[in-house]
Write a protein that binds this ligand. Structure first.
Ligand code: COA
Ligand code: AMP
Length: 642
């Protein structure tokens, strides 16, 4: 089929407002928008001003109204607990309504923020939709974050309530959530009114009723018995649906604010045009609701489009083996699978010949979508060979909520260029600028930026921090959103995303700030100064690696100190930081003005060609770093090039 991409992109370029006004018909409005785009509103303008809608209505109720209540909305498959459940739209509505009633009966109302700290269980998705139903703003915190990260989010959002569970299940390990939650509440200066805790069979949590804890399971049963009806609250299209905190360049995470109307419209468009899905089919995103990918394509996207979505509480390998994904794809007749390249690297490592793949009937699968980090061509080609379906890399960020660049299967796929997430999606006027803000020639590396306005569905600001949003994303290149990714656009319009221009690294598809890790390392009483860089890793893409200089009088054993610092990062940021390497060094390489040469250290660690920076203070320090790295099995293959 001839791709309709070019014609669609041109329609957007010709009249962006008309383009999105047409697409807005994909969703139900309680009140039609007065205008598609209002440039005078918000930080850079706002979409669908005057419109009123509700995300839960569009995800659930309208499908029931269309007579599809008995069709499957949500499948829960948990290889770690051995549980499986199926919820029709009708059944999902009953669960969501009960949670919404629980929230209302505890005084939660429209606009209140609710933190969700939950494992991958159906109640997590029901809770998100229950918040949306009553116009409350959810903020999901990934289960692998530590108490202090949770506390920061409670404080920043001034959450009225927290919804959590007694535990998460990692392979071979139960993660008790309640002690982390208690710790977070104790640390936070803002105290939520109530903490709802869902008791899981694997571990019951001790509830602090005097502190406002509430057994969520019991409260749900109570509301179900009462049969309380909770209609969907009409919210302005421009109202926040959720806040999702993501790593910024400091330890202070950024609260990405997503509006309601624009997000629903953009997701509805992508489900058909990008992912090529038709209502009633099964769409599976193997990620976590703690990440943006989970928000957009486990919860809202597939449900808005009337697809069945899967909540998978497991891993690509080890639950029980590298055939886990194929079992799920076959069992539920998954039409499109979306995950991070790291999951495929993990599968390939354990099943290089694809033997597990061949023991399953994957004939229903139409495509594999990859995002979250650079898809290395080797993994991509392996997946293509093994699966025999298009493997589609697409590039996006927590901030954008959906793909900036991709290969739109629904419009007809374009030829693939390995290493490129293909072409800009309609909505994004993508350009490459040099550091001075001038456009560069095709094929030249530079800063990937999006000309304002951002399309519907992208962030509208940071929570309570418009100026921080302007400073971080809009001020460096006036008139543009800075993606903080470096890359190029080739002669054919294909985008190549090469590296971040800030301190963010991508570890196992998880976005981490090395700056935040440095802040934690520096908290150790024996550390004088430190640097954290991301080094290449065959499985996780990148892993953090810390270098610490000790205070002069410290004589303690370096190995013990390293272990303490590693534990500190695990306690302060969480296991998700995957921070397992600390090297004690005499000095850090710096420029004469005192800037640590992290980029050069990273190149040495990865064994890449590097140049001696002209501004370096003392070149001998790089030799010392090379030596320490080689003692830890990194780099040392490439001396400095002239
Ligand atoms: N709750 C508590 N702890 C968690 C957690 C959660 N929800 N998720 C991860 N962790 C822990 C892990 O148990 C691990 O702990 P450990 O140091 O004690 O082993 C640590 O955080 C690091 O996790 P991770 O980096 O994910 O490594 P892993 O070895 O557990 O798994 C992969 C590696 C590749 C299998 C896994 O990362 C994966 O499936 N990635 C897919 C990525 C993805 O979904 N990305 C989202 C964007 S699409
Ligand atoms: P997150 O906000 O966690 O989704 O991380 C966003 C960052 O991940 C982007 O800024 C990129 O650096 C990286 N990223 C996501 N998808 C891709 C991709 N397909 N190719 C290259 N990098 C990607």
């Amino acid at each position: 089929m001839e791709s309709r991409y070019h014609q669609t992109y041109q329609a957007f370029q010709a009249d962006a407002e008309q383009f999105w006004a047409n697409e807005a018909r994909r969703i139900d409005w309680f009140k039609e928008p007065e205008q598609a785009f209002a440039p005078e509103l918000g930080v850079y303008g706002q979409w669908f001003q005057g419109g009123e809608t509700n995300a839960c209505h569009n995800a659930i109720d309208r499908h029931i109204a269309a007579g599809r209540g008995a069709e499957t909305a949500i499948l829960y498959d948990s290889p770690v607990s051995g549980r499986k459940q199926r919820f029709t739209y009708d059944e999902a509505l009953a669960e969501i309504t009960a949670i919404a009633a629980v929230l209302l009966s505890h005084g939660v109302s429209k606009g209140d923020r609710i933190i969700l700290y939950m494992p991958m269980i159906p109640q997590a998705v029901f809770s998100m939709l229950a918040c949306a139903r009553i116009g409350a703003v959810h903020s999901v915190v990934f289960g692998g974050f530590a108490a202090s990260e949770l506390a920061t989010r409670i404080d920043d959002s001034r959450a009225k309530a927290v919804i959590s569970a007694s535990c998460g299940l990692e392979p071979g390990r139960i993660v008790p959530y309640k002690p982390l939650l208690d710790q977070a509440i104790d640390m936070a200066s803002h105290k939520p009114d109530v903490c709802f805790v869902l008791q899981r069979d694997e571990l019951h949590a001790a509830l602090r009723y005097s502190h406002g804890d509430c057994d969520l399971g019991q409260a749900i049963e109570h509301e179900k018995a009462l049969g309380t009806a909770v209609p969907c609250t009409a919210v302005a299209a421009t109202n926040p649906l959720y806040i999702l905190y993501t790593s910024g360049t400091t330890g202070q995470p950024k609260g990405v604010v997503r509006d309601t109307g624009g997000y629903l419209v953009a997701l509805a468009w992508t489900m058909e045009a990008h992912y090529g899905m038709r209502p009633g089919e099964v769409f599976w995103t193997a990620s976590d609701i703690g990440w943006v990918v989970g928000h957009s394509y486990i919860v809202y996207g597939p449900l808005i489009a009337g697809n069945t979505t899967i909540i998978y509480e497991g891993k690509p390998v080890g639950t029980p083996d590298a055939g886990a994904f194929w079992r799920v794809v076959e069992e539920y007749d998954v039409k499109a699978l979306f995950t991070a390249p790291t999951a495929f690297r993990a599968i390939r490592r354990e099943d290089p010949e694809g033997e597990f793949i061949r023991t399953h009937n994957l004939s229903g699968l139409r495509a594999l979508f990859l995002a979250g980090e650079r898809a290395d061509p080797e993994t991509l080609k392996w997946a293509e060979r093994q699966l025999g379906v298009p493997v589609i890399d697409h590039w996006w960020q927590t901030e954008t909520g959906w793909a900036i660049a991709g290969n739109p299967l629904g419009l007809g796929a374009l030829p693939v260029k390995h290493g490129s997430p293909s072409v800009p999606m309609p909505g994004y006027r993508l350009e490459v600028l040099d550091d001075a803000g001038h456009a560069v020639a095709a094929g030249t590396l530079g800063n990937l930026v999006v000309k304002l306005p951002l399309p519907p569905g992208c962030l509208v600001s940071f929570w309570n921090a418009d100026q921080r949003f302007r400073d971080a994303c809009l001020s460096e290149f006036p008139g543009y959103y800075k993606t903080a990714d470096a890359g190029l656009i080739d002669e054919d319009g294909y985008v190549f995303v090469m590296a971040r221009t800030d301190d963010i690294i991508n570890c196992a598809g998880h976005r981490l700030s090395t700056g935040a890790m440095e802040e934690v390392c520096a908290m150790h009483p024996d550390v004088a100064e430190c640097a954290v860089i991301g080094v290449a890793d065959a499985l996780k893409g990148q892993v953090p690696c810390g270098f610490v200089v000790l205070k002069r009088n410290v004589t303690r054993d370096a190995q013990i100190l390293s272990r303490e610092i590693i534990q500190l990062v695990r306690d302060e940021i969480g296991p998700v930081a995957a921070f397992k390497t600390v090297m004690v060094v005499e000095r850090l390489p710096k420029t004469r003005s005192g800037k640590i040469l992290r980029g050069t250290m990273q190149k040495i660690a990865d064994g890449l060609p590097w140049k001696m920076p002209a501004t370096i203070d003392d070149p001998a320090i790089l030799d010392e770093i090379s030596l320490v790295l080689s003692q830890h099995g990194h780099g040392n293959t490439c001396p400095a090039v002239a």
